[in-house]
Write a protein that binds this ligand. Sequence first.
Ligand code: ADP
Ligand code: ZN
Length: 220
Amino acid sequence: MIIIMLGAPGTGKGTVGNLLAEKLGIPHISSGEIFRSYINSDDEIGKEVKSYVSEGKLVPDELTIRILEKRLQESDTQKGCILDGYPRTVVQAESLDALLKKQNRSVKVAVNLSLSDDEIVDRITKRRSCPNVDCREIYNLDFRKPKVENVCDKCGSTLIIREDDNEATVRKRLENYHNISENLIEFYQHKDILYTVKLNNESNKVSSDIAKEIEEYLKR
Ligand code: ADP
Ligand code: ZN
């Protein structure tokens, strides 16, 4: 079962994607996480990726597709996966379709998490992330505080603010989202596999509620 998490930055794609992956027993593949691990390895590709990510720009399609398609051919994805942050352009989505067709499979549902821009900026500037690659838990100073300030509940690592989680970069990422990635909503609606969850910061709907809602939808 292949599930795509759509939605602007800061809508909780990562947290919900993680929960769904655990429930369904399939890997959670986050393009942002993959890119951050390239950046940490500091090789040539890492340097190139960093030049885009640190400015809130999209990594070019050709490089993104090469990296993500390599990941999608690994054997742990046989039963499916949660794709979080990929595809993010129509070119990527068409390339993904072609790859899946070759593998005799297709996207089951594209989940669209929707939230207003102002609420997104508010959430992202309050986001804290666990840097431990085996953990990657995500916190929010308003509604998902760690038990001990700045310490990951799950693994004890010191939490960080992602380098690209500042207001200027977030605004740039939102601009890309509206100009480029938002087109994917129509792309998947057209295929009749879009499922939208409307969010707002007041509705205290937590990630586990959203994951449950999506799981119910999948059973229908
Ligand atoms: P967010 O969804 O909060 O922006 P991600 O961790 O998904 O964060 O992505 C971080 C950055 O990685 C993006 O701002 C972009 O630079 C790059 N990136 C991630 N996925 C893609 C993609 N599919 N295509 C191009 N760039 C991407
Ligand atoms: Zn952790």
